[in-house]
Design a binder for this molecule. Structure first.
Ligand code: GUN
Ligand code: ZN
Length: 429
């Protein structure tokens, strides 16, 4: 039998949603503890109390570091790791110039395995314990990613990206092969260990109506799977969708018409939405994923976080690596704050941290397992150093409360702020 482990430090968890309940939705203990056993959290409380109640526990003291749930990144493209921070293009040119040539390489299982491992190690070092990733059209790229996550004990979601038009030769499947390959991968990986499969049409410009229809049928056969795609990221893209689908009422309708709108749908970006699209997304309970570093880097626009959350949308937060310019959810929270400021609606630190943990876990329908510190949750935990650089330390030293202490790390922090990452109760970083 494994003995429990007691992590000591400052602790932060959420008892409610800070968008609804304000910053008091978060619970902070400056001398807290998290008891973990067998990969799960057994108790969260005051450190001294837990220590007295569990004298058998192995103690790992994180000092004044802040223990909180590992970050959840709800939309990434792990195959774009090697082309992150590529200069000067907007979405369609960026895909054709940088992304598609790189994604072409993932038919090679050795290359896919190399990048998958590198990507997961980079993100773990940045405190991200769960990601929801697009692979490439190659089934090998899905196998490589799931195998790498499985070896690290991680909970991840991923799927084969499907494209049967408007992509180069060598990076296109067909309606039938997309259905067959997706189904085979789903059967192979979905529900194995901590892995789950997401049906993944890239976006409607790179799929024929026949392919969207086939993937809609697959989703209807496996409604417990997530379905992830892109929606209304750039205005040029929306105009292109209109020309490719002249019968569609709007961009969302290109998915809706083929059974690709639903409660387990994840729609990345969702910046330039029509009123009908917002209404339908909310009615079905779909999730939107905000990717702020990508939206500023590729020049897409300003996501309406305040308006969409107030209207009742479920929203997650994501890097969108490699359209996004960072692997760090800290940097991503900073960009979400800046986008909010540009719209006149700054997000509070409690809301930013909630989005990067509980909010993204909710978007992925995993909030009963990850994204918070609570008994029964999986033990994916990070220890954040709130004074990780001289610049941050001199600011947090004069903090009057936890929010002033943590906000400099949100705005200026990076992987140096991640002292330790625990995955399923194991210390990985
Ligand atoms: N739209 C379709 N594919 C992509 C992609 O890989 N990245 C981004 N940011 N948008 C997309
Ligand atoms: Zn994307």
């Amino acid at each position: 039998m494994t003995l429990p482990t007691l992590l000591l430090g400052q602790t932060l968890h959420f008892a409610a949603d800070p968008f609804a309940a304000g910053p008091d939705a978060a619970r902070h203990d400056s001398a807290g503890g998290v008891l973990i056993e067998g990969g799960h959290i057994k108790a969260v409380g005051h450190g001294a109390d837990l220590r007295a109640a569990h004298p058998e526990a192995r103690v790992v003291d994180h000092g004044d570091a802040l223990l909180m749930a590992g970050f959840v990144d709800a939309h990434v493209h792990y195959p774009q790791t090697g082309i992150i921070a590529s200069w000067g293009k907007r979405l369609i040119d960026w895909l054709n110039s940088y992304t598609f040539p790189e994604e072409m390489r993932f038919g090679d299982p050795a290359y896919a395995a190399d990048v998958a491992g590198r990507y997961l190690d980079l993100t773990l070092a940045h405190g991200t314990t769960t990601v929801c990733s697009y692979a490439t059209i190659h089934p090998e790229s899905v196998d490589a990613f799931f195998a790498a996550a499985q070896a690290r004990g991680q909970r991840v979601v991923a799927g084969k990206t499907c494209m049967d038009r408007n992509a180069p030769e060598g990076l296109r499947d067909t309606a039938q092969s997309a259905y067959d390959d997706s189904r085979a991968l789903l059967r192979k990986w979905h529900g194995v260990d901590r892995l789950s499969y997401a049906i993944t049409p890239r976006f409607s410009p790179t799929s024929t109506p026949e392919q969207l229809d086939a993937l809609g049928a697959l989703w209807a056969e496996h409604p417990d799977c997530l379905m992830q795609t892109h929606l209304s990221e750039q205005t040029d893209e929306i105009a292109w969708v209109r020309s490719l689908y002249p019968q569609a009422r709007d961009y969302l309708d290109t998915y809706e018409a083929f059974g690709l709108l639903g409660a387990n749908g994840l729609y990345g970006h969702a910046i330039h939405l029509e009123p009908r699209e917002k209404d339908r997304l909310r009615e079905v309970g779909a999730a939107l994923v905000h990717c702020p570093t990508s939206n500023t880097f590729i020049g897409s626009g300003l996501f309406d976080m305040a308006g969409l959350v107030a209207a009742g949308h479920r929203v997650g937060l994501a890097t969108d690596t490699g359209g996004g310019s960072s692997f760090s959810m800290l940097r991503t929270m900073a960009a979400a704050y800046e986008v909010g400021q540009l719209r006149g609606t700054p997000l509070h630190a409690s809301q930013l941290l909630w989005l990067a943990t509980v909010g993204s876990a909710r978007a992925l329908r995993l909030d009963d397992r990850i994204g918070n510190l609570a008994p029964g949750m999986e033990a994916d935990i990070i220890a954040l150093d709130l004074s990780s650089t001289p610049a941050i330390a001199q600011r947090s030293a004069r903090a009057q409360d936890i929010w002033e202490a943590v906000f400099p790390t949100i705005m200026m922090g990076d992987d140096r702020a991640i002292r330790t990452t625990w995955v399923s109760g194991q210390r990985l970083v």
